[in-house]
Design a protein around this ligand. Sequence first.
Ligand code: GLC
Length: 545
Amino acid sequence: MAADRHVPLAVTSDLWWKNAIVYCLDVETFQDSDGDGVGDFRGLTERIDHLAGLGVSCLWLMPFFPTPDLDDGYDVTDYYGVDPRLGTLGDFVEFVRTARDRGLRVIADFIVNHTSDRHPWFQAARADRDSPYRDYYVWVDEPPEDGPTDLVFPGPETSMWRYDEEAGQHYLHRFYRHQPDLNAANPRVRQEIARAMGFWLELGLSGFRIDAVPYFVEELGASGETTDQDSHAYLRDMHAFVTRRRGDAVLVGEVNLPPDELRTYFGDDEGEKLDMLFDFVGNQALYLALVREDAGPLARALSTLPRIPDRNQWARFVRNHDELTLDKLSDEERQEVFVAFAPDEEMRIFGRGIRRRLPSMLGGDRERLELAYSLLFSLPGTPVLLYGEEIGMGDNLAARGRMSVRTPMQWTDERSGGFSTADPADLCVPTADGERGPEHVNVAAQEHDAESLLNWTTRIVRLRRETPEIGWGDPALVSVDDDAVLALRYEWRGRTVVCVHNFAGREARISLPDVGELVDVLAGRRTSPDLELEPYGYRWLREAG
Ligand code: GLC
């Protein structure tokens, strides 16, 4: 008997991010419309129906602002513009309008922690101690001995202070030296950032992914002097501002901190802060669990996450545009993951991360890929896909640094994967190479193959959208008789869904306790609570009503 998947959804649309499917892409590498080797807003607009067809509901754009592009756009020179290589503001508005027509919201990366050193604010600040822009940044005569010491980019950088000849002082840069940190304690800086956010909300954005949050929050008082300022007040003000301007705007935060430090970033009695946080802890544990073929590390990580208020949500991901950071694992655990998934030194970066996409790490193993992505869509939170994950796209280790996982989208098996008609030597980033390059892995071929990963992903996206229990329900770990199996139970409005994943390359037999008759959501048929899971097998089960 076919299962009835109908769930009354109207009540869930206000907090739309609770049950969204987010898709992260970089305009620069998605589709080039004018043959210059760089993707652009017009190209992206032409490809919107791929995204609508996939069923995602929100697009997250990596930075598209004017930039010298020394950190792939995370070095902004103008918060009010579109980088000329990517198009114009007019192209941006046409894109947002077309996305809205297809029912897609758009959010964008916003870089609040720093600007490019070529930003006019920094140019003015370094040139004149009396400039009103001087205090937009953090300056010291001598780097403080008791200041922060953890380097974000060990290797390329050896200090987070840099002496500037022209300024005659050192400035703070948590990231690359060409990214001076803004002085978040300065109310004028906060006003500038709010104005720029208001501008993009006015042009149709539904919110922002806030880059590097703990760094700018912590920096209040970075220049050595103590401060009694409540540093989180900035986040509260930011949230109040964006939701005043647009009631349904969302703030998604990049906050890679230990579990016990996360809760406070969601909000408190004084006000809301970030609506969603990426779950870096669960992400890293997922890799350890995959390597060990043991659900334990992931189960433990999930149980350390704080309980969060109803309006908040975790942003869940398998891979993002950065290195797969393993900084929260112990040295031994990190080494285990390195040995299995990044055996060569060139696959690793910054001593803590892996610069590969998952299909490469798994040697293209379809069963384990499905396991990982079934988890993405069924662990607590809102799934965030990185472009190309829907087809199992590869990477290119010959590209510099983290650009290895930011290669152009693979549309066809033609030259440059149909991304651009430019000479391949002129592409902004080379395409992925090897077995998962465009000749072997591309959208066009997979559209016509019923068994393709693209069609599998499209199906699971649809089922996830039809299973709001996952986005809204209270998750609880269910104890089962096999360490390789993770079983999670969600309760929501009297409904129960249980998701079961076998991390081992062998069969697993388990019995789910305390459940009635079940419907297998993926297969669309009734099933008993005594389950026989194939190697790397997974089930999403709903208690029959
Ligand atoms: C974030 C981004 C990363 C960037 C950094 C500096 O961590 O994800 O790509 O380099 O911030 O803006």
